[in-house]
Design a protein around this ligand. Structure first.
Ligand code: AMP
Length: 142
C-alpha cells in the first residue's frame, strides 16, 4: 500500500513528516495544515481505510495512542483540552484511518465544523511545537 497511500508512505519513511511519536502499531505526526499548532494525526501503521475497518486487536492501541497525545497536548503545549475526531469517508480526504488530536483553548475560535487553518510561522515554529509535544509525550507516558 505504501506506493499509493500518502500515510503508508509516511509510515514507511518514504515521505517526510514531522513525527511526534511512534508506538508498535501507530505513528503520530503533525497535520501539515493544522487547525492549531500541535494538531496531530494518530495513524495505524496497518493500512485500514476507516474506523469501521479497524481490526479488534488495534482498537486499544489506537485509542491508547490518541489518549497519550491528548494528554501530551495539555502537558506539552499547555492546551486546556482537545478535540479528538475521526472522519470516516465523508470529509475524509486521506483514506487511511487516522485520529485527529487538536489542542483546544477556550475562545480559540473553533466553532462547529468551521475549521480555521492556522499555518506554522516557519520551520523554527514547527521545531518548537515538536519539542513541546515530544516533552508532553514523555510526561504523559510516565
Ligand atoms: P481527513 O480529511 O480527516 O482525512 O484528514 C486528513 C488530514 O491529513 C488533513 O487535515 C490534511 O491536512 C492532512 N494531511 C494530508 N497530507 C498530509 C501529509 N503529507 N502530512 C501531514 N498531514 C497531511
Amino acid at each position: 500500500m505504501a506506493g499509493q497511500c500518502i500515510f503508508c508512505s509516511i509510515i514507511a519513511r518514504e515521505r517526510t513528516a514531522h513525527i511526534v511519536h511512534e508506538t508498535e502499531d501507530c505513528l503520530v505526526f503533525l497535520d501539515s495544515r493544522p487547525l492549531f499548532p500541535g494538531h496531530c494525526l494518530v495513524a495505524t501503521k496497518q493500512h485500514v481505510e476507516t474506523l469501521l475497518d479497524l481490526p479488534d486487536p488495534l482498537l486499544k492501541p489506537l485509542l491508547a495512542a490518541a489518549r497519550l497525545i491528548a494528554r501530551a497536548v495539555e502537558r506539552g503545549l499547555g492546551a486546556e483540552g482537545s478535540f479528538v475526531a475521526v472522519n470516516n469517508r465523508v470529509s475524509q480526504s486521506v483514506p487511511h484511518l487516522h485520529v485527529h488530536v487538536i489542542p483546544r483553548r477556550k475562545g480559540d475560535g473553533l466553532k462547529g465544523f468551521f475549521w480555521p487553518r492556522t499555518p506554522y510561522r516557519d520551520e523554527k515554529h514547527i521545531e518548537e511545537v515538536l519539542a513541546s509535544l515530544r516533552a508532553g509525550v514523555a510526561a504523559a507516558g510516565r
